[in-house]
Design a binder for this molecule. Sequence first.
Ligand SMILES: Nc1nc2c(ncn2[C@@H]2O[C@H](COP(=O)(O)OP(=O)(O)OP(=O)(O)O)[C@@H](O)[C@H]2O)c(=O)[nH]1
Ligand SMILES: [Mg+2]
Length: 435
Amino acid sequence: MFVDEIKVYARSGHGGKGAVAFTREAYRPKGGPSGGNGGRGGSVILEADHDLNNLIGQFYKPRLIADDGDQGGGKGMDGLAGKDLIVKVPCGTLVWKLPAPPETESAADTDDYNEDVPVDTADTTIPSAIKQRDLIRHSGRDRAVEVDLEAEEVPEKEPKKSPGAHGAPGEELVADLTTHGQQFLLCQGGRGGQGNRNFATAARQTPRFAQPGEAGDEGSYRFELRTIADVGLVGYPNAGKSTLLGAISRARPKVAPYPFTTLTPQVGIVEYPDFTRLTVCDVPGLIEGAHQNVGLGHAFLRHIERCKVLVILVDMAGTDNREPWDDYKKILNELALYDPDLVVRPHLVVANKMDEPAAAENLKKFKRRIPRTKVLPIAAAFDEGIEQFRKVIDAAVATATAKAEAAAAAAAASAPVVPAATARARDRRKTKPAA
Ligand SMILES: Nc1nc2c(ncn2[C@@H]2O[C@H](COP(=O)(O)OP(=O)(O)OP(=O)(O)O)[C@@H](O)[C@H]2O)c(=O)[nH]1
Ligand SMILES: [Mg+2]
């Protein structure tokens, strides 16, 4: 099972309470306060791990609860700290904090409501075949209200939508774990309380109180995996994406002549003679209306969001009477509807199935209809054009990386830099009292 999105509840440990204790031993009848401190609660920590490729671990354990700290003891003994809970997640996991649920109506409020409508004096009745009967009935403290289901409006079920590139409304992005070993403190453990020996003073030699421990953090989160790959393969189902991935890497995704063969993203590694590597991600096919959840919907597009280069693979043979130029436009449209940023991302157009008789004619028509787009013709199933494809994606990724680095350097250069000496002088001026 492939899990790339999961909601979890996380809670760190409660701090242990401080102890109230006094030393009594031979030759020290009034040894003074000796209550130890409570231990701190364990924290919930997320750690990125490159050996994982999906969030299945959290599917089976969606409640991430760390240990509480132990309470302090006598003789100055501090309580044991709660053990931190380290949760491994795949590299590329985004952590969204979900909004807190609205407060539910308390029992007291419900009682008030019932007081307003005294049960015994309620004169609302509905006719029945035998006799008039109460609309509101009760047995002991439990009361039931009869509801006319026909009159009630049943809200229409909305189709489940993916939260999109920027999360669902109300969600806040709190972490993005991209590199192996990177950690994020999701919930900080509560502090332990101080024991009474900390409160002894010359004037108060027998403090009979101690601090309680503090509660830890808690909250609901959504973990979302966005695969980290250099190149993303997108296209209609059956265009030959998996065949192409198998031809350029050692990945062996399932290939079959029916749509939606690939149900989960597949990542392959392309190796070059100079020992450089590229990661290529094949996502399930897209069709028109994917933004309305048609087919497998937009759910898997999150896996190509981080790709430096996109490859739009078009079935140039026009299988099932489809028109390649239409497929291309529809794919661009679906990408734009998911995230407009994806369309301006560098993308290559690759024409597959060029071994088929109709492909050459279709390619000519494609170039006529979409003139300014360069198309690379290949036949993935027969290894034709594969070597050139490997070179083209290598060059495109190198260009995209260089551009991104230049943009980052320009952004860093345009940020105002205050020399250290100037900053120190400014701070001195700020703190210096006026003469
Ligand atoms: N003639 C020909 N057939 C091809 C070529 N490449 C792929 N095919 C066939 O096209 C069919 C679909 O190939 P897949 O690689 O499964 O297509 P896909 O794009 O991964 O499809 P989904 O996983 O359903 O989205 C298979 O029967 C392949 O054998 C090609 O270059 N020429
Ligand atoms: Mg496939």
